[in-house]
Design a protein around this ligand. Structure first.
Ligand code: TXA
Ligand code: MG
Length: 347
């Protein structure tokens, strides 16, 4: 069931209702500032298992635990490194997930049997009120079927899960649209596991020796390379085949124009995901979606998953998408596109 809730002043009654569901071991989907989450009581193994079942998520992929206050950390983690205090002060509430050594109380179901737990405080009133009212930490992966683009609206969540979720809180479109940045501070040097809402350079100011995980770097493939077999799971992928075309603007555009032709000859419905500046270059495509100006990467981040889902709704079979600058939010956007793509062309 989807219920509309006021994002500025979440109705107490609705929050109470959602909190009751969480307390009783049910599932509630709720907005965060990044994407919608599929939440359950993180300390209730059975409830956490439901998340994996409903999402069809592989059991070896751990969940992020959401808390409302920094002081809630103490009960869940073994130690809080000094630089983490600084990170938390600067970026919480916000789109930063930090990996800690977990205490016994955090079930293996949440951490996929690992010794560490991922934690964050979301910057969204509905999420925060819900966690507080539930009185427990809330485990929540992105509220989408495993492998699909994340949900940035309550309708996306309903499309993937229908009534298999006890309640979907509809707080409108999410603000950032891309998931949180994940950083592991249990290792030395600290490692960025997933680029996201907080940029690498912002983090580097505090974690001076921060490194990128090799899998993030490894995706920068030259020329025509089929997706690395080392990438364990498909991610963020629409039903349609996604082809990412990188390279200089002119070359990119002419390559995409040729590819539209090529796939249409094969009787495929071809879509192009592009930027405002280039949207008129592809009149022959079956559907052209602009995700925003290339000068406004934040805006593109907001629209990215929504656009990918829209191509599926419109029965597009091949999506050709333009590579973007990897600066700031562009780094996280390109990471998602590279993971979603079945083919990457150009450098
Ligand atoms: O913005 C977000 O982070 C959203 C909202 C709902 O908070 N959540 C989200 O969750 O994106 P999910 O499950 O889709 O992605 C969590 C990522 C996965 O890549 C997972 O492997 C990683 O965090 N992760 C979770 N626990 C971890 C751990 N203990 N060690 C390393 N990576 C972990
Ligand atoms: Mg996810």
């Amino acid at each position: 069931m989807i219920v509309k809730i006021n994002p500025q002043k979440p109705e107490k009654k609705l929050i109470q209702k959602a909190a009751q569901i969480i307390k009783r071991g049910g599932l509630v989907a709720f907005p965060t500032e990044t994407v919608y989450g599929l939440g359950a009581n993180a300390l209730d193994k059975k409830a956490v298992r439901k998340i994996f079942t409903v999402k069809q998520r592989p059991l070896d992929n751990p969940l992020i635990v959401h808390i409302a206050n920094k002081k809630d950390l103490v009960g869940l983690v073994k130690e809080i490194p000094k630089e983490v205090e600084v990170l938390a002060k600067k970026f919480w509430p916000g789109p930063l997930t930090i990996i800690f050594l977990k205490k016994e109380i955090v079930p293996d179901e949440v951490t996929a049997g690992g010794k560490t737990v991922a934690l964050r405080i979301p910057k969204n009133k509905i999420a925060l009120e819900l966690i507080k009212a539930a009185g427990v930490p809330v485990a929540a992966p992105s509220a989408n079927l495993a492998g699909k683009p994340s949900s940035t609206t309550a309708q996306d969540v309903f499309e993937d899960f229908g009534d298999r979720v006890d309640l979907i809180l509809d707080g409108g479109k999410t603000k950032i649209g891309i998931e949180s940045t994940v950083v592991d501070v249990t290792v030395n040097p600290p490692v960025l596991l997933r680029p996201g809402g907080v940029s690498f350079s912002e983090l580097k100011k505090i974690l001076k020796n921060l490194k990128l995980h090799p899998l993030i770097l490894g995706k920068k493939t030259p020329e025509e390379v089929v997706k690395s077999p080392g990438m364990k799971y498909r991610h963020y992928s629409p039903k349609a085949q996604l082809i990412l075309v990188k390279g200089k603007s002119k070359e990119r555009i002419s390559k995409i124009q040729k590819l539209i032709n090529y796939y249409q000859k094969q009787k495929k419905k071809v879509g192009v995901m592009t930027v405002l500046e280039n949207k008129d270059f592809y009149p022959q495509a079956d559907l052209v979606l602009s995700v925003g100006s290339q000068k406004d990467l934040e805006k593109i981040g907001q629209n990215l998953f929504k656009a990918l889902r829209e191509f599926d709704r419109r029965k597009i079979e091949v999506i050709l998408t333009e590579g973007l600058k990897e600066k700031g939010m562009g780094f996280a956007i390109m990471n998602r596109l590279e993971k979603a793509a079945s083919k990457i062309l150009g450098t």
